[in-house]
Design a binder for this molecule. Sequence first.
Ligand code: ADP
Ligand code: MG
Length: 642
Amino acid sequence: MEPKNKAIPSPETPQQVLKRYWGFDSFRPLQEEVIGEIMQGRDVLVLMPTGGGKSLIYQVPTLAREGLTIVITPLIALMKDQVDRLRAKGIGAVAIHAGLSPRQIDIALDNCAYDPHMRFLYMAPERVPSESLRLRLHKMNVRLIAVDEAHCISQWGYDFRPAYRHIAELRERCPEASMVALTASATSTVANDIMENLRFDEKRIFRGDFSRPNLSYAVRHVEDKNGQLLRLIRNVEGSGTVYVRTREATEEIAEMLRGEGITAAAYHGGLPHTERALRQEEWMSGKARVMVATNAFGMGIDKPDVRFVVHYTMCDSLESYYQEAGRAGRDGKRSYALLMVGPDDAERVRKRFLAEFPPLDKVKEIYEKIGSYLQIPIGEGELGSYSFNIHDFCAREHLYHGMVRAAADLLEQNGYLTLTDEMENPARIIFCVSRDDLYRIRCERDELDPFIRTILRLYNGVFTEFRKIDELEIAHWSGYTVERVKELLKRLWQLRIIRYVPSNRSPLIYYPTERLPKADLYISPETYKIRKELASERFEQMLHYTNASTECRSALMERYFGVEEPRHCGVCDYCLEEKRARKRAPKRVEERILELLHEGPLTIRETIQKSKCSPEQGSEAIDRLLDERKIRQGDDGKIFLR
Ligand code: ADP
Ligand code: MG
């Protein structure tokens, strides 16, 4: 089959594409520069915070020329969301992931090979080595390979996924394509690892701005967390989010706030879909001022005027903290990110970390239990994906949720299974009228006829058994929006024409190989050690953030994200205290420095360290002393008393 020659819009500049499809007038910092590099066919690595606008970096150049872009991302929910958005703009896009049948995947891939209107192919990394892709790649006009969440490539990254290591193999099969790797966080080790692994022609890094000048970070060590929380909510106008650890705590604290006359809603992953949507809407509209939630809340929610984000308990990494706290103040107005720490929180969290990091035997046991829970016989299950209700599993097996996740992580790293993020499971329907009755209904109700016809064409057998349906697919073929499709399905249900089980959410488990007997599992001690060390290191960094009293909080965080010389924000609790102290006693640091130099010459770094002040304070004081000629600097760089 030759590519169809439908009219393709003539190429536009990136600027025009941005305006035409997104309605935006200008690029954000870095976007335009990187897009320029991509248009030149160069490989680039982009480090930019979440919400910085990474998607446009590969979407715009794709639309400004011909050809297909392959986007690799591990998050199914995000993949679907992106595809929906592109389609809503009339741009051809598909996603292939563990939630689809092999037939659906083949159809999607054929479309990418033969339809020049297909511009984006999203896929999960474990699909890269698949035979069905391999067979069709040479027919696709792939110009760009975008690797989202690129830190997953590196085993030094916090979310290493071995499947990412296969991405580089696409190079041979798509010789025309350049690569863009994108991530919200990468130390320089990870950044180098990414570029080497993806075989960049040359190292090119673009680093975005991780500072949030309007966001004031603070940490409070308190015993009475509720009291502290109430003080903040009463002092700051506008709406906010309170993150808590457990599902029960969301309801408890929302209840407490309501008792104090503050409108508050609770949110967690265990609520039914409709209930979650309802509560989210209450908060979005301002009917509920405060949302008390677990970390299931927030991704993909775009509320610009969030004035505060409070963490009732620590996160397990600074990445998560930065991301959750960063949901405050998207509109650029003054906002607050408060982390509350109780007297024995650190100890408790450390203990939990140890309890959750499973010993090797436990990992194997969990593998076995998952297999039995999913009813997969030993020796079977290869390439299968199974809907996995992790909460039900944990309850049944009396296991910690966190431990099961950690075990799944290790199992994934060793190639035994992949636990995906939560995703929508397909809706299912069955017709509960006879074919004759249906024919009559279609004649009587013109408005439903095209819709019913699409369903019948797409899914044969819907008269005899429940069939999985895909609202997106129906939308695609019927020309309705997804929302309209859902409405129409509900309508048919109310009219008792069909029975309809709407989609629900749970993670999937994907088996790249058959289920093995426990004795055959091999978890490399090396990966085990690295994972444990990295997890513990990340947690220690979080602890460091809560305890640090010698650096601006924002600068500390930026440094963690690889910014080499971050500036002080001037608005966090440290900077504010610093300002106050400076007003109180500008002389004190200088006196201390003079005292220190009494003992003998010191380098500037030593002086600052020993005088126990901030680098900024210290260097200002040294400058003043030099100006006033109270001290001098020698040729060796050391300073000494005159
Ligand atoms: P990331 O992937 O970096 O987390 P996204 O690509 O999801 O961020 O973009 C975050 C938001 O920023 C989106 O709502 C997007 O439409 C918006 N955005 C991106 N670029 C621009 C721009 N140039 N002008 C206005 N809004 C933009
Ligand atoms: Mg993104």
